[in-house]
Write a protein of this length. Structure first.
Lengths: 367, 310
């Protein structure tokens, strides 16, 4: 215990000693903690694009640093502490599981700014949270899925039963159902963010059971590679990143990736680091979406008929303009009880704590 | 829940594909452990095989060449482990873990330019008569060549260990290197060859992941498969036949639980995905609680360093 206290004191001392000169040199150091490898082609890749955008925007005035494949939990706390000690002025922790580690470290380094992605805990004034309204993207691909399915069975590879994912499932299904009343949703829980073989297996299990449009809430491109084996009889979407390699097959025919939901973190990262540099930085809870350019639908390929493309584009435009909220009533909960009345839209609090399926989805949410 | 959605033919077919990487890695590791060496670097050799196989396949257009090179790459990497542990007598556990870390780092470095690229994959075989049989044709006889190669390796390893003189020597080295040495057998040489065989098999297993099962390269794509292979060897109590059962069980349960979920079952799937590990622990407890039965079967000199002068 004594050793730990000593370390903590030394840590605080070091920040005092080195934190100040770093500011004086006028170079802001922005650091990023990633849950997967940058090469996942999805979630972490996009965060890293955001980090590079910060460097691009401010050049010599910023320095960026990052650490890949940091496990959620105790290891994360060590990594974040290390970053704070090494003179980072602002640290972005980019996965839900870093929530408690981020807040714990923030308590020890009041002069360092912490930004936690997709969480809700801001226990200290130097912790901000940010998230993107991915459900807006899920709404658009849900509409496309409803129109594209031939078997009337669409699939969702889910990661963990957290509100973020349940929100995505509900939005996807709701809009598929609006587009195609006969549609049925199959949800498979992978219990991982990143395991290409397992993600491929999950896609395979659904394809074997007649599902022909699949969206994934996991981080790799493996589900698309598995869908590609069906040779144009099944479709999927890029997740987190555009996954453009699957847009067109080698023979020129449309590939399995018919559209994608892109997480565009660059505007947020550039804005926040900029605010830190010009002194306008404050604690916030950011939840931006299509209007702010944080959620983007990647190019739709030619497998999608033109009228469906037009409908999807109309929905994108309406959401971007703030005219349409993907959770607009009437929507009932799974048990048939009323959730949103005609024309009513969901409030953010309910969405962020979402722990129920909407009417029409079969099965239960695992604990 | 609608279990009728699960097509048993497709289920068995996808279990066979899903289990092949861990089967290859596990059977190789079993031979290594039979010779008395514990190589914990399976994960590192697998992922190196995965990346090398992918790079060669994409540049030459030949997946088979990719597999061959992956096997060589796995063997070369394991040779480093062999030299360190057998000649320089380093600690096998630490060196094996180091090998895993080296493999993960090396593969991510080599694989950077190949992320997101697509490769040619192995075609499914169309075996005359057999592939056309109803039910079993689609279930068992319409896979790619590597599925049958992996099964062939299992049979070959079984026959080698049980029915050949060389296999007997390898087992003798694993059970008592002192005695084997006294009898004039080259302990280090036997172990080196076993280690390289294990590396080659792990390389093949990794290449199966990147060339057939997922068909793409993604950093860290083995995601713990090497550790499962190690668990299977223990589960199988160092017997080739049981390695096959273990690999198909581990692979099968993953695929089965995903299929059950897709069919609408939500209760208990977590327990099902946990079960292979629970079964391994259970088997370990059972076999170690009753040593008198002689079923423990672990090579007596497993993990011990050998030096001829001692």
């Amino acid at each position: 215990m004594i050793r730990r206290t000593l370390l903590a004191t030394a840590a605080a001392g070091l920040t005092l000693a080195f934190g100040a000169p770093a500011m004086a040199q006028d170079v802001t150091k922005a650091c990023f903690v990633y849950v997967g490898p940058i090469g996942d082609g999805g979630w972490t890749y996009q965060h890293h694009q955001g980090a590079l955008a910060v460097k691009e925007a401010y050049g010599d005035k910023v320095e960026i640093a990052w650490q890949e494949s940091v496990p959620e939990g105790a290891d994360a706390e060590r990594v974040i502490t290390q970053m704070a000690l090494s003179g980072c002025n602002i640290i972005f922790t980019t996965s839900f599981g870093y929530m408690d580690p981020t807040n714990n470290v923030a308590a020890k380094f009041p002069d360092v700014k912490f930004e936690h992605a997709t969480g809700y805990k801001r226990e200290h004034p130097n912790v901000s949270t940010y998230n993107a309204r991915f459900y807006e993207g899920r709404a658009v691909v849900g509409h496309i899925a409803g129109k594209m399915t031939q078997t009337n069975k669409i699939g969702y590879i889910a990661s963990f039963p957290i509100p973020e994912v349940i929100m995505g499932i509900n939005s996807y299904f709701h809009h598929a159902k609006l587009a195609n009343p006969d549609v049925e949703l199959v949800v498979t829980w992978a219990y991982t963010w990143f395991d290409p073989a397992k993600e491929a297996d999950a896609a395979r299990a659904m394809l074997d059971q007649g599902v022909d449009v699949i969206t994934a809430h996991t981080d790799s491109t493996a589900p698309l590679a598995e869908i590609a084996k069906e040779g144009g009889k099944a479709w999927g979407f890029g997740q987190a990143s555009d996954m453009a390699a699957f847009t067109t097959n080698d023979d020129g025919t449309p590939g399995p990736r018919i559209a994608s939901i892109i997480d565009e973190w660059s505007p947020y990262y550039v804005k926040r680091v900029g605010q830190l540099m010009d002194g306008t930085y404050g604690q916030i809870d950011s939840w931006a979406g299509m209007p702010e350019g944080e959620v983007v639908i990647g190019p739709m390929n030619d497998a999608i008929p033109d009228d469906v493309k037009a409908e999807a584009q109309a929905m994108i435009d309406a959401i971007t303009a703030g005219e349409y909220h993907p959770f607009t009533g009437p929507i009932n909960k799974q048990d048939g009880s009323a959730w949103l009345a005609e024309g009513e839209t969901a409030d953010d609090g309910t969405l962020l704590g979402m722990n129920f399926y909407i009417e029409g989805i079969t099965g239960d949410i695992p604990n | 829940m609608d279990l009728s959605n699960i097509n048993p033919i497709l289920l068995v077919a996808s279990i066979m594909i899903s289990a092949t990487p861990i089967l290859l890695a596990a059977i190789g590791e079993m031979v290594v452990e039979k010779s008395g060496v514990l190589n914990l670097g399976v994960e590192g050799m697998m992922i190196t095989g995965a990346v090398i196989g992918f790079i060669i396949a994409i540049n030459t257009g030949s997946p088979l060449l990719g597999f061959a090179t992956a096997a060589i790459a796995g063997a070369v990497l394991s040779l480093a482990f062999g030299v360190l542990t057998q000649i320089f007598l380093s600690n096998q556990v630490a060196t094996g873990l180091g090998l895993t870390l080296v493999g993960l780092g090396l593969s991510s470095l080599l694989g950077k330019p190949y992320e997101g690229q697509k490769t040619v994959t192995l075609p499914k075989l169309d075996i005359p008569i057999l592939s056309d049989l109803p039910v079993v044709g689609r279930m068992l006889f319409s896979h790619d060549i590597m599925v049958y190669v992996s099964l062939g390796i299992v049979v070959a390893v079984w026959a080698f260990l049980k029915h050949t003189r060389a296999g007997l020597i390898l087992r003798a080295v694993g059970e008592s290197h002192e005695s084997a040495h006294a009898l004039g057998y080259k302990v280090i040489r036997v172990r080196m060859l076993a280690i390289m065989f294990g590396g080659a098999c792990a390389g093949l297993g990794g290449a199966y992941l990147s060339l057939v099962r997922v068909p793409q390269w993604t950093e860290g794509m083995t995601a713990g498969a090497g550790w499962i292979a190690l668990a299977i060897v223990v589960f199988a109590s160092w017997r080739a036949g049981r390695v096959l059962v273990g690999a198909y069980l581990f692979g099968g349960i993953t695929v089965l639980q995903l299929n059950l979920q897709a069919a609408g079952m939500t209760w208990g799937v977590q327990y099902l995905s946990m079960s292979p590990y629970l079964i391994t622990i259970l088997v370990l407890v059972l076999i170690s609680s009753n040593r008198s039965r002689g079923s423990h079967n672990a090579p007596a000199n497993l993990g011990q360093t050998f030096h001829a002068t001692r």
